[in-house]
Design a protein around this ligand. Structure first.
Ligand code: KG4
Ligand code: ZN
Length: 337
């Protein structure tokens, strides 16, 4: 009946969670820095690090209080070790190591993208292994074959912008505030899907890699060629979103054909997108593929997914050494700690 405390500070959310191996999630809090970064149009790394420092300890105190636990009840401290912003990661890593040292507990460093995939395991309905995972976040776009916990085969990834990044940049071109993803999706609801037809990048050649920077350029050129009234903005947002969703659908369908897997997990910040969720569920139903998503609040960054992942690793006897280590880049295949 292990209790794992997890700290997530890889980007612009300070999040803390406590997960119990038998009882599940005992507490989880997310403090979003969006308001802080909004005026700059994106995340400012130095400001992110400083804000994590301000928020992380009070959030830990609250999480312990909410779960009615004291540090003596904990069995391990976990943190997001990478990939992410190096300074932001360092805040979580340093604090996790310091607390673990003071409380005489083992410490575990978790892969952020592995945690995004594992977020789905916090739901009532969970996929059996093996399954296919599409991870779409602000920094990454990956198709993975997940054979078992900790066994990931990278089938494809983006060669340039991540999907969330493309949403954010196109949102900014349309005059939307950071993060552009949810704002663009909202604007697209008013759009006429038949007005513009955006390309589906890299779908005309074989393979499972992605490229989204051309789509952003296509959006930019369309914006330049038209008077940007509200309807046109919505129509462009709609065409952009449709192109992203359809491109992801084509690549998932191809990966399913290639692997013969019949379960698909869609995770990461962009998996909160309603059109993507609805469209994928419909298409995959017709292909008899079962689709799994984390609940909305566990699609974007959170510590619950980190705590769950750390618990699995803890139960396998894994732990970190005393050296404080973070990784701005960290391939997911061949992960472990
Ligand atoms: O996973 P996440 O919280 O952070 C990273 O690990 O990067 O993902 C954040 C990304 C942002 O680019 C944001 O615009 C995007 O997820 N996002 C969305 C939606 N909600 C968040 N993109 C499209 N539609 C949404 N509803
Ligand atoms: Zn993330």
């Amino acid at each position: 009946m292990e209790n794992i405390l997890a700290i997530e500070t890889s980007c612009d959310e300070t999040a803390i969670a406590i997960y119990n191996a038998d009882r599940g999630l005992l507490a989880h809090q997310i403090y979003s820095q969006i308001e802080l970064h909004k005026v700059y149009g994106g995340v400012v790394p130095e400001l992110a690090s400083r804000d994590h420092i301000r928020k992380v300890l009070p959030l830990i105190e609250q999480a312990l209080e909410l779960s009615n636990l004291s540090p003596q009840d904990l069995n391990a401290v976990a943190y997001t070790k990478g990939p992410g912003l190096i300074g932001a990661l360092m805040v979580g890593a340093t604090l996790a190591h310091s607390l673990a040292y003071a409380w005489q507990l083992p410490v575990l460093g978790v892969h952020h993208m592995e945690a995004h995939v594992m977020a789905v395991m916090l739901e009532e309905r969970t996929p059996e292994y093996p399954f296919l995972a599409l991870v779409v976040s602000g920094g990454h776009t990956m198709l993975l074959q997940v054979n078992a916990f900790g066994e990931y085969v990278l089938l494809g990834e983006t060669l340039d912008d991540a999907v969330g990044e493309a949403f954010d940049k196109t949102g900014s071109l349309l005059g939307l505030l950071y993060p552009g993803g949810p704002a663009l999706a909202k604007l697209a609801e008013q759009g006429d899907a038949s007005r513009f037809d955006f390309p589906r990048p890299m779908t005309d050649r074989p393979g499972l890699d992605f490229s989204f920077s051309g789509l952003k350029t296509h959006a930019m050129n369309t914006i330049k060629q038209h008077a940007l009234d509200d309807q046109t903005r919505a129509d462009i947002a709609c065409a952009f979103e449709d192109a992203i969703v359809d491109t992801l659908r084509i690549k998932c369908q191809r990966a399913i054909q290639q692997t013969n897997l019949s379960r698909l997990v869609i995770a990461g910040g962009v998996s909160a997108n309603k059109k993507l969720r609805h469209f994928m569920r419909e298409i995959m139903r017709s292909l008899q593929v079962d689709v799994f998503y984390p609940r909305h609040e566990f699609c974007t960054d959170n510590a619950a997914m980190v705590a769950y992942t750390a618990c699995q690793r803890f139960q396998r006897g894994e732990k970190e050494g005393l050296e404080i280590e973070v990784k701005a880049r960290w391939p997911i295949d061949g992960t472990a700690t």
